[in-house]
Ligand binder design. Structure first.
Ligand code: BGC
Length: 339
């Protein structure tokens, strides 16, 4: 296992990790994943060759570290300790992905550590209250580790100067199919698959979940079955968003996604996973946009979007200066014959 560093134009540095049958690439721009390949099969969406041109105008946040707050905050407003905060309205009336000056568009400092059986890239940056209008300045480490078992782990470590919201996530799009054909054939599985319905403008406004395992009488469900379901609750949601763009609660933060050849196992200490099936690609007007709807899906591990407006001072995304933040998510790829 070894790492090599390659400099592109415009400040982009690619860090390539080679683990024989798998290869993974990260960049300092947004501390993001750029590529992950099993043999010659690309299992994430991205662009290694033209990374310096591809990522900056990409409106879908491919592979980026997103935050300080990953999901939407309704009306770009929240209250904390009796004070009302007004954020940037960068998604209609709402705030998404922490605003336009979020983590995805930063050049992180980095350090590479080659250890026994794994390679770590420690990315560091700061977010100031004046950058995004949340309270508190944050010191952040995003640590990407890749190991001999073809497992990619992300750890976030942060401290804040004031009580604030912190809810970062990674916006990688997976696709286990050869040539990244549409993901309808993939199955998602977990002992619990509870989906939070969304209201208008994709906002989570209810914690009354739809229990997919009961509806489908199975813990393993194909995306296609969801997209075409005649169940009125599911159909109403699929019709509204042209696919999945929903937070899920899964058993013990563990779920898997598979196609015929591969299994991707996810494990997180975050309470929710937002699955977004890339439902409408038309807003990206660029020659780089070769993507059709449903050509990838995200597994964004985070506290439920808009938690502050759902749970008030009990919102799990609240962090304080006396308690450093830590969270961990891993994605592991297997070839089925290996299991
Ligand atoms: C959101 C989608 C949004 C996408 C790209 C996802 O996290 O849930 O609604 O289109 O990010 O910004």
């Amino acid at each position: 296992m070894f790492a090599t560093v390659e400099k592109q134009r415009n400040g982009i540095v690619l860090i390539n990790i080679d683990n024989e049958e798998t290869k993974i690439v990260f960049t300092n721009y947004g501390a993001r994943i750029v590529s992950w390949k099993y043999d010659d099969n690309s299992i994430v969406l991205g662009n290694i060759v033209e990374a310096d041109e591809f990522y900056e105008p990409n409106p879908f946040f491919f592979g980026a570290t997103v935050g300080r707050y990953g999901g939407r905050i309704a009306n770009a407003t929240f209250e904390l300790d009796g004070k009302t905060y007004h954020l940037e309205h960068n998604d209609g009336a709402h705030n998404i992905h922490g605003g336009t000056n979020g983590l995805d568009s930063r050049f992180f400092d980095y350090q590479i550590e080659e250890q026994v059986g794994q390679i770590k890239i420690i990315f560091t940056t700061q977010i100031k209250s004046t950058d995004d209008y949340f309270p508190g300045d944050i010191e952040l480490k995003v640590i990407h580790t890749y190991d001999m078992d073809h497992k990619w782990t992300i750890e976030y470590e942060a401290t804040t100067t004031e009580k604030t919201l912190f809810n970062p996530m990674n916006h990688v799009y997976f696709n286990l199919n050869r040539d990244n054909n549409m993901i309808d054939n993939h199955y998602i599985s977990s002992n619990k698959l509870a989906m939070y319905p969304l209201g208008e403008d994709n906002i989570v406004n209810s914690t009354d979940t739809i229990d997919l395992s009961t509806i489908f009488n199975s813990n393993k469900i194909q995306f296609k079955e969801l997209f075409t379901s005649e169940n009125p609750k599911i159909k109403q949601q699929m019709d509204m968003f042209n696919g999945v763009d929903h937070p899920f609660e899964v058993e013990n933060g563990e779920m898997a996604v598979e196609n015929k050849r591969f299994v991707l196992q996810v494990k997180t200490d975050m309470p929710n996973i937002v699955i977004f099936t890339f439902n409408d690609t038309s807003s990206w007007d660029s020659d780089f946009n070769i993507y059709k709807a449903h050509s990838g899906f995200t597994l964004e591990t985070q506290c439920i979007p808009n938690d502050i407006n759902l749970y008030g001072d009990k919102a799990p995304s609240i962090i304080t200066p006396d308690q450093p933040y830590y969270s961990k998510t891993s994605y592991k790829i297997f070839e089925k014959a290996d299991i």
